[in-house]
Design a protein around this ligand. Structure first.
Ligand code: NAD
Ligand code: UFG
Length: 336
């Protein structure tokens, strides 16, 4: 069987997708410039699966280097994870976000068209819905635009994919709108490794649990939600990775542009997640109510019916699994 190219495959979500693909018997080639990950992830993927993916340390926007890599392989599909992803940073450095995220997607689509590679699975985000106040979010919701440059890169790349699919009818381009991926592989060997102070809730909680940070700041308890704290659709990263396999199967049998939400369909508050983490891992998480964080919305969760029905994909792992696996990963990294 021909190979699948994973850009950003040493990163958090890409590494979990690599594991699922290898375990499903697919051949995997990873391209990553190691901007936000490390080459040792390849060893860990091999340790989990018993198979070593080919790895190229290169930038997806470097078309000549990508051409040389492509000459050595026979790809039938691409999963495009590579990109910058920090919402706040994108407000400070919009041009870097547009350059890296848009350029890498366009470069890849050009190469696909030139080399006859049919399928692309793209990491989009629920952030494309963030100006809407109607939940759950459905793929057919009208475009409302985005609240930050990072979100706009996802929005624009979806539009570029739509236009490319119309012009190249043999192509099958799928955008997956992730909700809030958390947790880690059950082996404890791969997971999310934020640089510096984590922006996201779960890595912050695990660092409080590890004693690296004294307490969690809960950003607002006056939202119109059951306990006043922000509600999100947390999805286990392994479930998310499995969704990519289903999307790949779908794209191999179809053509055109399609978009799917990948979420559980359940909203969980900040305090719900803290309580679940404390219960499952038997660790107290000290927290303090802090002011709302700029740009946050009250509630965000998916209508996941489209992926359930068309991809035959359902999130299976629970909030308890997410809390247990995230903590196992944090302990493994810290040698606890
Ligand atoms: P990550 O930072 O762990 O992984 C992204 C990888 O891409 C990194 O290893 C980085 O080194 C690499 N990369 C970045 N620019 C590159 C380039 N030009 N060439 C080659 N490699 C490059 O992030 P992640 O959490 O695994 O996210 C993967 C994708 O999913 C991203 O596109 C992100 O925007 C999207 N996404 C993530 C979340 C989330 O909460 N983690 C939510 C929605 C969407
Ligand atoms: N939160 C805290 N304290 C923290 C961190 C977060 O209370 O230290 C709260 C937030 O206010 C929010 C919830 O926890 O209510 C989740 O926050 P995250 O930062 O973990 O996730 P977001 O929903 O803000 O953002 C995520 C991704 C973005 C993506 C967005 C869109 O990180 O990339 O989902 O769905 F754009």
């Amino acid at each position: 069987m021909s190979e699948i190219l994973l850009t950003g495959g040493t990163g958090y979500i890409g590494s979990h997708a690599a594991v699922e693909l290898l375990e499903a018997g697919r051949d995997v080639v990873i391209v990553d410039n190691l901007y936000n990950s490390e080459a040792a992830v390849i060893d860990r993927i091999e340790k989990i699966t018993g198979k070593r993916p080919s790895f190229y340390e290169l930038d997806v926007t470097d078309k000549a280097a990508m051409e040389s890599m492509l000459a050595e392989h026979d790809f039938s599909g691409v999963m495009h994870f590579a990109g910058y992803k920090a919402v706040g940073e994108s407000v400070e450095k919009p041009l870097e976000y547009y350059r890296n995220n848009i350029d890498s997607a366009v470069t890849l689509l050009e190469l696909m068209a030139e080399h006859g590679i049919k399928s692309m699975i793209f990491s989009s985000s629920a952030t494309v819905y963030s100006k809407s106040d109607k939940v759950p979010y459905v793929e057919t919701d009208p475009d409302t635009g985005c609240t930050n440059p990072y979100g706009w890169t996802k929005y624009m790349i979806e539009q570029i994919m739509k236009d490319a699919a119309a012009a190249h009818p043999e192509m099958s381009l799928v955008a997956l709108r992730y909700f809030n991926p958390i947790g880690a592989h059950q082996s404890g060997l791969i997971g999310e490794k934020p640089n510096g102070i984590p922006n996201n809730l779960m890595p912050y909680i695990t660092q409080v649990a590890a004693g690296i940070r004294p307490k969690l700041n809960v950003f607002g308890n006056d939202y119109p939600t059951p306990d006043g704290t922000g509600v999100r659709d947390y999805i286990h990263v392994v479930d998310l990775a499995k969704g990519h396999l289903k999307a790949l199967d779908y794209s191999e049998q179809n053509t055109g542009f399609e978009v799917f939400n990948l979420g559980t369909g359940n909203g969980v508050s900040v305090l719900d997640l803290v309580k679940a983490f404390e219960r499952v891992n038997d660790i107290k998480i000290p927290y303090e109510i802090a002011p709302r964080r700029a740009g946050d919305i009250a509630t965000c969760y998916a209508d996941a019916h489209k992926a359930n029905q068309i991809l035959d994909w359902h999130a299976e792992l629970t909030i308890d699994d997410m809390c247990r696996d995230a903590w196992r990963w944090e302990k493994q990294q810290r040698g606890l």
